[in-house]
Design a binder for this molecule. Sequence first.
Ligand code: SF4
Length: 328
Amino acid sequence: MRPFDYRCATSPTEALSIAGAQPGRYLGGGTNLVDLMRQNIEAPAALIDVSRLPGIIEDTPNGGLSIGASVRNSVAAAHPSVRSRFPMLSRALLAGASAQIRNMATIGGNILQRTRCPYFYDATGSRCNKREPGSGCDAIGGFNRYHAIFGASEHCIATHPSDMCVALAALNATVQVAGPGGERDVPLLDLHRLPGDRPDIETILQPGELITAIALSPSAAAANSTYRKVRDRSSYAFALISVAAGLEVAAGRIVDVTIALGGVAAKPWRALRAEQDLRGAAPTKERFLAAADAELAAARTLDGNAFKVEFARRTVAAVLCELAGVEP
Ligand code: SF4
């Protein structure tokens, strides 16, 4: 690890001021960034610690919820309003990492964590366009069991590792950002970028911008929602695929449905085609499978990850059956 300056901010304004004077990286719980620094994949000149900014979870005027960026993952997962009004978010948070890491990791840091592609972390032996633009990608043609089936490019096939972000995508969450140019709201769905020819640029955030909170709006589908993660072992593993979904049914028809997939792309993948197919339909297993098929028809697989299509198909249908109260 290379030497770096460390400053601790007590307010977003102070954090922005420090970053303006000395560009560096904002530090949340450090559960990913510090690992990257230890392995010389990231070497910021300065760390600006924002983990001690006031972390508040509070109701919003529209009946929604605001969750501060420095709130710990474990605190958000256990919050009564998150559990009752946005259960998919609580379940996604609890599906991530270990209890110890959830106690450290912050909401803001979770959003900005980087891929766990093994070639990205092998700084001395592997080619990686995300780590070193233009060097190549050893995952293509290599061990790509964990890699993308949607939105990949010839330059990078990595997936986003967050469970929480999959739920936030399905909930249409808004990310509140403060920066040198002022404050702005960014839909979570627009925050992360697909790799294209610049996989090293992972979000639309501008230099110095700081995530301050996420905002959630209430809905019947959000209240009737869940998250399911399929992985190689039952805990402390990243998703092979995951599904966050919410469902509202009235008079035997689907009124509202929201579905996002994890482990399939460089960003949480909103299943808009499947949602479109389901609105107004009867909530049956056959319709759920057909909607999943429609979404997955656009998947592009590699030697090691073709199984993800069938995994995603079955998991989408199983989750929606659970929410609809029909036999899976
Ligand atoms: Fe790097 Fe992306 Fe290729 Fe992985 S998939 S080696 S992160 S360029």
